[in-house]
Design a protein around this ligand. Structure first.
Ligand SMILES: [Zn+2]
Length: 429
């Protein structure tokens, strides 16, 4: 296969006629792959994707799309090309209970920023070209986002919720009490660059106090922070495992829930009716993660809590899928973290398929659905002319089985190749 692709590349260069000469930046041509339309599941075999600068110039069958003279040809025969994967629940500075987390207690902001940059680079190489950060420390996420945008660091596109806002004693670091204090901290995060606000309306699996099923915020606090965010054009998501807290937040127009461990049918029905998003983060509660928790030295009480939460979580996801609730993929593990023999991002998509999604729906949950949730689907999430050239390649048809994502071996973001296992010489940086 490799030889064939090399031969094909040579042939295509020789045969390329002086097609339409493009103004401006040089053109890269991804040649001979099957391009998947993630909206419909239809695919175009033996296609050409022309990329100029950061964006897709045109896409079509090789028979009808001439190669511009001088285009840099990247052979893609035998590959399926899909939009870059998106992961909507990421913490690049993640610290969990256990030995590995304990070793980070004295970490300085500088050390954490560098660790986050390394995690960002590894996420991109795992095929994740856009992330939503759902709680980071001290504005380091905004610094990293700017560094990536300036080309000083390598990583996915970042949308961030800044710090996690909670009532005192809640599941997060930035504490506030009363509507005025919640308004202030939300406005501060937005001023720093948050395009989402993240709150925690219940406890978490890793908490040593509080409860997953409690609803500690008052109506005044919750309605105020959601109103303040919406007045700034910013959406609100809530860490939440509690049905009681979910119903309260739904009353005030919450946009998205993370996890949803113990959500009941009433909550799911209201989410469906209001078009509220669910970012399931299934990988953290399912058996694929046990090895990870043992590796990082999680205490036995934590593993027990994961196992018991996992059963409800799985049943909830199956129902949510059956009801057609908006699901966007998120992991709450590093996007590249080994999980069940692949990365957490791919394992998460596999769990959606296993819980009832079609392979195409699982692929959409990893691409175009998150783009829609972020309001960026005119920029990313599809392989069409005009969008950012965020493209990954796999060796099998992901619309037949989402496990095809396990074979991901090519990553382009913004028109630059960051990974090509078959042609490492084509990597930009
Ligand atoms: Zn999280």
């Amino acid at each position: 296969m490799k030889l064939w692709r090399t031969v094909l590349a040579a042939l295509t260069v020789v045969c390329a006629t002086a097609a339409v000469a493009q103004e401006g930046a040089p053109v890269t041509a991804l040649v001979g792959g099957t391009v998947v339309d993630v909206d419909t599941g239809r695919s175009t075999p033996n296609a050409i994707i022309l990329v100029q600068g950061e964006r897709i110039l045109s896409v079509g069958p090789a028979a009808s799309l001439p190669l511009p003279y001088g285009a840099k040809v990247v052979p893609m025969t035998g590959k399926w090309l899909i939009p870059g994967l998106m992961n909507m629940h990421v913490h690049f500075g993640l610290k969990l209970p256990g030995a590995e987390g304990n070793a980070l207690v004295d970490e300085t902001d500088g050390e954490e920023a560098l660790r986050m940059a390394d995690n960002a680079r590894r996420s991109l190489l795992a095929g994740v070209t856009t992330v939503r950060l759902t709680a980071e420390d001290h504005g380091l996420d905004f610094m990293l986002k700017r560094a990536i945008e300036k080309g000083q660091a390598v990583g996915p596109r970042i949308e961030s919720a800044g710090e996690l806002i909670v009532p005192t004693g809640g599941h997060g670091s930035l504490e506030a009490d009363g509507p005025a204090a919640f308004s202030k901290v939300a406005r501060e995060q937005i001023k720093r660059g948050a395009s989402w606000i993240k709150i925690a309306v219940s406890g978490g699996i890793s908490d040593t106090h509080g409860s997953i099923s409690a609803a500690p915020m008052t109506d005044a606090e919750l309605s105020t922070i959601i109103e303040v965010a919406h007045r700034n054009g910013v959406k609100v998501t809530a860490h939440n495992g509690s049905s009681e807290a979910a119903l309260q937040a739904l009353k005030f127009g919450i946009d998205c829930f993370e996890h949803g461990y113990h959500f009941n049918d009433d909550v799911l029905a209201k989410m469906k009716a209001q078009g509220v998003w669910l970012v399931p983060t299934m990988v953290v509660s399912q058996p694929g993660a046990y090895e990870f928790y043992r590796k990082i030295g999680s205490p036995p009480w934590y593993l027990e809590r994961v196992a018991s939460t996992g059963k409800d979580h799985w049943a909830m996801l199956q129902k949510a899928i059956k009801m057609g609730i908006n699901v966007a993929l998120g992991t709450d593990q590093f996007p590249f973290e080994p999980n069940d023999g692949t990365t957490a991002t791919v394992a998460e998509a596999e769990l959606y398929q296993k819980a009832g999604m079609t392979p195409l729906a699982a692929l959409q949950a990893a691409t175009i659905r998150p783009a829609k949730m972020l309001g960026l689907d005119d920029q990313v999430g599809r392989i069409v002319a005009g969008q950012y050239a965020d493209i990954v390649a796999v060796d099998a048809d992901p619309t037949k089985d989402i496990s095809a994502l396990r074979t991901l071996d090519f990553v382009m973001k913004g028109g630059a190749i960051y990974r090509d296992d078959d042609h490492p010489e084509l990597i930009a940086r």
